[in-house]
Design a protein around this ligand. Structure first.
Ligand code: NZQ
Ligand code: ZN
Length: 385
């Protein structure tokens, strides 16, 4: 196992009815800015629950944070923050609202010229307003990690800072009942791929990390499809298991002390940046191709994945590996997400532009070995056609 330091400071309040903890979890002296997206929280009762819990607080609201949050919109929150001396941010929504709020929190206290610099130019985030969240879409893990992904002019880029780690996150599975099938699918697939990015690399004998990762993958394979069929889709046990799996998939635990890949995500971000494809739907297209192109580098872990996640123990190594990749694609199809570029109407002619963007964004040494050059990324995209 590799050396690591691990800390996750986000307190989790899990379960039905937990939104009411906001009342005590945020200091009553705070001036709170509640941030949210396009209004789903008004339709499903979450906004009302938040308002009731904050009835003794001074609070304001900032809405309109879109999926794949955009710099220009996020910057509009800055005037509100200054005007009302906001000192606490509460994000109510999915990964986009939480990521956008992380950007707002860091931008509010940024001392450089343009906050985009800490996203695109690696400028240091040295402070941020404190933030917390009420999660409404289990997927990204953003509710308990220090990452955020923001888009400006079609450039979708991540930044990380311990200063934007949420202080606490409310995870009430019942608020996910209003999600569309598409968003449920996206969430399960995103969490699955997060796990794979930290698992499907090479072995460093991280037994705990591997077994945790395999447990998460199996949980998502078992529970994900249940959230799409009529008989079980409203089962709060199903929703709760998906929600907790998605948080655990990217809260730092399974990635501590093991190599990580993230090439699927970085290539996927270009697909979203250029064509607006939902984040998870880019991953379900790219991951199978990464598994195929990088089979040799990942062979040992692919065999372990085949054995422990899919119970494939018969046949020679090559057939177990290709069956495991096939089963991964079948799982994605069961979750109703695309697995080929052609499924989203993209073709060979689109690849040059994507490779150019990857290069422009410095994504030229991807993967656990840093050997996924633009040339290899091209091979991956061609494999995904
Ligand atoms: O805008 P609202 O009204 O909130 O509607 C949203 C949005 O339209 C809707 N929704 C959310 N909760 C709902 C609901 N609709 C009904 N009922 C509910 N309970 O779902 C739509 C999609 O929301 P979004 O937040 O965009 O989805 P997701 O949580 O999948 O977040 C995706 C974003 O997170 C980034 C992605 O790149 C993408 O920008 N990621 C962030 C990561 C991180 N911070 O660690 C890691 C991930 O890999 C990912 O890159
Ligand atoms: Zn993701």
């Amino acid at each position: 196992m590799l050396n690591f330091s691990f800390q996750n400071t986000t307190q989790i309040h899990f379960g039905e009815g937990q939104i009411k903890v906001l009342s005590d979890a945020i200091p009553k002296t705070s001036k709170v800015l509640v941030t949210y997206g396009g209004g789903s929280i008004k339709g499903n009762g979450v906004y009302d629950q938040v308002a009731a819990a904050l009835s003794e607080h001074t609070w304001f609201e900032f809405s309109g944070i879109e999926p794949n949050p955009k710099y220009d919109i996020l910057m509009k929150a800055q005037d509100l923050i200054k005007e009302h001396d906001i000192d606490f941010l509460l994000a109510v929504g999915g990964g986009s609202v939480i990521d956008g709020t992380k950007f707002i929190a860091a931008a509010a206290l940024f001392e450089g010229d343009d906050p985009w610099d800490f996203v695109a130019k690696g400028a240091a985030v040295t402070k941020a307003l404190p933030l917390a969240c009420v999660l409404t879409l289990p997927a990204t893990g953003s509710e308990s990690n220090s990452g955020s992904v923001v888009t400006r002019d079609g450039n979708k880029l991540p930044f990380m800072s311990p200063f934007v780690q949420p202080q606490f996150a409310v995870l009430d599975p019942s608020v996910t009942l209003s999600l569309s099938d598409r968003q449920i699918s996206n969430g399960v697939v995103d969490a699955f791929v997060h796990t794979m990015e930290q698992y499907l690399t090479y072995s460093v004998n991280g037994k705990v990390q591997d077994r945790f990762a395999e447990g998460l993958l199996q949980t998502l394979i078992e529970e994900g499809p249940k959230a799409l069929v009529a008989e079980t889709k409203n089962d709060l046990e199903v929703r709760g298991n998906i929600m907790w799996a998605a948080t655990m998939a990217l809260n730092g635990l399974i990635g501590a002390g093991v190599p990580q890949d993230w090439s699927t995500h970085m290539i996927g971000h270009e697909l979203t940046g250029a064509y607006g494809i939902d984040h998870a739907r880019t991953l379900s297209i790219v991951l199978p191709a990464v598994m195929k192109v990088c089979t040799e580098a990942k062979r040992e872990k692919l065999l372990q994945y085949a054995d422990r996640v899919w119970n494939l123990t018969e046949g020679d190594e090559d057939s177990r590996v290709s069956r495991a990749i096939e089963l991964t694609e079948e799982f994605f199809k069961t979750m109703q997400v695309p697995t080929r570029l052609s499924d989203v109407d993209l073709g060979e002619a689109d690849i040059d532009g994507l490779i150019e963007k990857l290069t422009q964004h410095g994504m030229v040494k991807l993967g656990e070995h840093g050997d996924i050059t633009p040339e290899v990324s091209r091979k991956i995209l061609v494999t995904a056609l």
